[in-house]
Design a protein around this ligand. Structure first.
Ligand SMILES: [Zn+2]
Length: 65
């Protein structure tokens, strides 16, 4: 819940930029994350979801300032 609040407190254009800049190991390329959840992380929050292109599990850590 708290993680989701942190995520939503970020400007929408920043969030969109992060969603479209996630590394997929399967594609070996940058992809867009879909169907993601937001969780607490040691360094901030982490998005966990699927690669838009191949469906592989991908994650993106967003460090708090
Ligand atoms: Zn992929």
């Amino acid at each position: 819940m708290e993680a989701n609040k942190k995520w939503l407190s970020m400007p929408k254009d920043v969030r969109n930029g992060l969603l479209g800049n996630v590394w997929c190991g399967n594609c070996s390329d940058v992809t867009t994350i879909t169907a993601f959840i937001v969780e607490e992380h040691n360094f901030g929050i982490v998005l966990k979801g699927k690669c838009k292109n191949c469906g592989n599990n991908v994650a993106r850590v967003i460090e708090e300032e």
